[in-house]
Design a protein around this ligand. Structure first.
Ligand code: MN
Length: 393
């Protein structure tokens, strides 16, 4: 079923509501599950897993895949190369510091785009890079030139952009553009920018040079998604996301949430097959051994699960009452679970479904047992329910 913007929410599409929040004509999502996602503590994908993930992302229509950081290891470089040679429709991106060995590995990977980056904030310059502003500027020019000498046009990003003074940021962007970078990225590396800050930075930067701008945003305060949407409405055309939003610390913009918010809430269909989003999420969970939180939006077990009697009864009459979209749209399932909040209506319906006919007194007894069990254990599983019914036979 296709979701109509005004069916989902009557306000979202109103001209007065969206007048200050205009998305660009072209939006490109680049998935970084294989790079930032893999930097999630305790996570390391095998080469085969990375290839499977890349294929699946390509299959659903993700246009750009950041496949890795080739300088990390020989194996990483080999894997990225394999992904490149899969001949996917998606463009393959790789990350590289402004170091000759990184750039050489990135070039050797044969990726479609090299994402050069260097930190720009005073904090990172002093405590991480141990470099002066002048040294950073030299490094930018020299590295972009080096890549250009190989006939390759790179992207250039500042790391920790949102904690970098705007004048210095502007200077670096102009420098990178003049040196030959033709895509410029900004990063909210520790996820500490408000949407207002994102708007301020992107609006200022879009006036500096005529290149596409990209955004890489972290979720430390849970603002990554709104920051991504804000970046898009303030000058960015490319946004980074990861499956389940997984990545360093609190993670990144969630790919599923971004795709669905754009499609359903902002009426922008990117041509991605959303019915495979749950499959993609489960795949990553299986590969990492990390469960997807039950309450995860879109793909979580509870995202379309109802226990409350009032909710469940209404959902059965019209799912829109308590579901913004149909679970099928994202490959999820509607589940009605029994527990403390289950009403008689739902329990009767479940009894009908399993073909158990009984009198009113027994039904009341079952209802009260389910409530007691639900209070004790949280919910009543299918198996527990069937076993309970057997005691009446
Ligand atoms: Mn990151």
């Amino acid at each position: 079923m296709n979701e109509n913007i005004s069916d989902v929410n009557p306000y979202n599409g109103l001209p007065d509501v969206i007048k200050d929040f205009r998305l660009p004509d072209k939006i490109v999502i680049y998935d970084s599950t294989l790079r930032d996602g893999e930097q999630m503590p305790g996570v390391s994908f095998s080469s085969d897993q990375k290839i499977s993930i890349a294929r699946k992302l390509d299959e659903i229509g993700i246009p750009e895949i950041e496949a890795g950081f080739p300088a990390v290891s020989k194996n990483e470089l080999r894997t990225v190369k394999k992904i490149v040679r899969e001949g996917l429709d998606a463009r393959i991106l790789v990350l590289s510091r402004l170091k000759k060995e990184d750039i050489d590995a990135a070039i050797e990977s044969e990726a479609d785009l090299i994402l050069l980056f260097i930190a720009s904030s005073p904090l990172h310059l002093k405590y991480k890079l141990h470099m002066t502003e002048e040294e950073v500027k030299e490094k930018i020019v020299e590295s972009i030139q080096y890549v250009r000498d190989h006939g390759i046009i790179p992207s250039f990003s500042t790391e920790d952009s949102t904690r970098t003074p705007i004048a210095f940021l502007r200077e670096l962007v102009k420098l990178a553009y003049e040196a030959g970078a033709r895509r410029i990225g900004f990063t909210d590396t520790v996820g500490c920018a408000t949407p207002q800050t994102i708007k301020y930075i992107f609006s200022a930067m879009r006036k500096t040079v005529p290149t596409p701008f990209s955004a890489h945003l972290h979720n430390d305060f849970g603002l990554a998604l709104i920051n991504a949407l804000t970046a898009l409405c303030s000058g960015a055309t490319h946004v980074c996301a990861t499956i389940n939003g997984w990545g360093e610390r609190a993670g990144n913009v969630s790919l599923e949430q971004l795709i669905m918010a754009l499609k359903v809430l902002y009426n922008r269909d990117l041509g991605i097959d959303t019915t495979k989003l749950c499959e993609l999420s489960e795949m990553i969970s299986r590969f990492t051994g990390i469960p997807v939180p039950k309450t995860q939006p879109i793909v979580g077990y509870n995202a379309f699960t109802h226990e409350s009697g009032i909710h469940a009864a209404a959902v059965l009459e019209n799912p829109r009452t308590y579901e913004p979209i149909s679970p099928e749209l994202v490959g999820n399932k509607r589940r009605i679970v029994l527990g403390k909040h289950s009403g008689k209506h739902i329990i009767k319906r479940r009894l009908d479904e399993i073909g158990f006919k009984t009198d009113e007194k027994t039904i009341n007894d079952i209802v009260s047992r389910i409530k007691i069990m639900g209070e004790k254990n949280g919910s009543v599983s299918e198996e527990e329910f069937i076993n309970m019914i057997k005691t009446y036979k």
